[in-house]
Design a protein around this ligand. Sequence first.
Ligand SMILES: [Zn+2]
Length: 321
Amino acid sequence: MTIFREADRPLTDDEIGDWLRDLRGKPYSIESGFDVTSVFRARLGAADTFYFAGVNVENPDHRVSTHGEEGAIAAMVVALGRKAELVEGWVMGAPRGLEKGTDNPLGNVEVSCCGKCRQQIANFASEDVVIHSVALNGSASTTTMGRYLPDQFSFRQFRPAAAEDDATLPPAPTAAEIEQRLVRTGLAPTSAEIFDWLRSLESANAASGTSDAVVLKLTDGTLVAGVKIEEAAFQDVNAIQCAAAIANAAFGRITVTEMWSFSQGYPGDPDDAFVTPQLSALQTLLEFAEDPDMPIHLFNKAGQQRDTTLAEAAHKALTPT
Ligand SMILES: [Zn+2]
């Protein structure tokens, strides 16, 4: 799987550089033509050699575009849950179509993380975490999150209860379990199996306590999951952005034919409510939908399913009914 590796030793900088270059061509860089690829090493408890990759996924509404670093965070949270930590990062950015060895000077630029991504990373990383900026042609520079974002504002500052809660860690999943959380291929799962999958995923929801999870079906039947990832300065990644980021990093250009969605915890949300995704999330889905009338299936907490379409959902967004 190109978006996840579990290694029994730290990967070398050369291995990571090759991985970053292999991911080029996967970004959905329709607006900028600038491909960003990113790899993060993550830890859950004592296990710290989980690697997740991401690419930038743009949208005509630029506010719902996700960056390469956010894509890697998306895969990490779906795989390891909200208590995962980022422990090292690598990022590469260069115009689409350039290859290693190019004489274009932009092949030598060691691109840094933008301010939005620094803020996103800070919610999962301590100040001593090292970030490597790797040029397409191979040179690299390093910095730390403390230098990138001094006096960082994160959930640790205003949610001490969440920090205490983080002391209790679930057991680290196996590589096979992680792959099952992210992507499923060659199967036609039942509605009940998809509900179990959605229910097993954890949103990073320290701000609201509400949870959103989705599964997207691609044209070849491949299923890809996503969850909501909240950020202390409200630079959130919604569940559809999350799944779209993972799907693009894994497969390149995607078309979505069907979606299942499960949300819980919203105010006034009784047990039997079906919650329609937010409009901003549907904006991401519109960009990849096979058809505006593509089917969407909403689950309530009892696992009952209500069928709607993307076009109909856009009229009813986020109304528990
Ligand atoms: Zn960024």
